[in-house]
Design a protein around this ligand. Structure first.
Ligand code: G3P
Ligand code: MG
Length: 243
């Protein structure tokens, strides 16, 4: 049984109230009492790690095309806030380093790897984490479990988590097939039941369902004993947990 109070993890910062994956969004998550944030990463042509959900610029910036087809110098002045609302015009695409600089030490950072980029992402990410001295704060997750396995094999110190959106027969047992030590499960909240959470927690895994935004879903997840919740509305969940 998980006795610890679940942590609030701001999805792409506080994506319900600020443009996702921007410094404004991460700052808002901190202000709203989140203990952690989730973010997504891609890599530029010249090897910089950029925080953005999509591999393309079109939806959340005034640029277009693939992030990996551009150098950072092409991307650093793009607007990543105006699409969300005028109040956020001037927000930029952040580098991973800039997000780390914004967040206090000890703050939980869930880095979601969207693509392997032929191995370039894991190399760049591990080099960055080693240099940051903040390996302990980080959990790297991905829907690509082979990437996760390679990352853990390359750097045993880093914590890794499995993202998925399927109601597995045995969530905890699946991690055994990975052949590396898995720290956490990150299931879609519709894909994990109370008994699965209990079994996962009992086997030493943390469970962080995504992306939970409604009150009824918060209650359902909290009742199942999860370790933390990934939400677009950190303030909403914070308020519920502090009642
Ligand atoms: O990491 C949880 C969640 O972010 C996974 O899906 O598409 O929102 O990145 P997505
Ligand atoms: Mg994500």
């Amino acid at each position: 049984m998980n006795k610890q109070k679940p942590i609030v993890i701001g999805h792409r910062g506080a994506a319900g109230e600020a443009p996702e994956n921007t410094l404004a969004s991460f700052a808002l998550a901190v202000e709203q009492g989140a203990e952690g944030i989730e973010l997504d990463v891609h890599i530029t042509k010249d090897g910089e790690i950029v925080v953005c959900h999509d591999g393309t610029l079109d939806r959340t910036t005034n640029g277009s095309g693939l992030i990996c087809a551009h150098s950072w110098s092409d991307l650093k002045s793009l607007d990543a806030g105006a699409w969300f609302s005028e109040a956020f015009r001037g927000e930029r695409l952040p580098l991973l380093r800039e997000v780390f600089d914004l967040l206090p030490r000890g703050f939980f950072i869930n880095v979601e790897v969207k693509h392997a980029y032929e191995g370039r992402m894991e190399k760049a990410l591990l080099a960055f984490l080693r240099e940051s001295g903040r390996m302990e704060d980080v959990v790297i997750s991905s829907f690509d479990h082979k990437v996760i396995r390679r990352i853990k094999q390359a750097e045993p110190e880093v914590k890794v988590g499995l993202l998925y959106a399927a109601n597995l027969i045995d969530h905890a047992a699946y991690t055994g097939q990975m052949g590396v030590d898995v720290f956490s499960l990150h299931p879609h909240h519709h894909c994990i039941e109370q008994e699965d959470v209990a079994a996962a927690i009992a086997s030493g895994l943390a469970v962080y369902p995504y992306t939970v935004n409604d009150l009824a879903d918060y209650h359902r997840m909290l009742a199942s004993g999860i370790s933390g919740i990934i939400t677009d509305y950190p303030a909403r969940l914070r308020e519920l947990l502090d009642l």
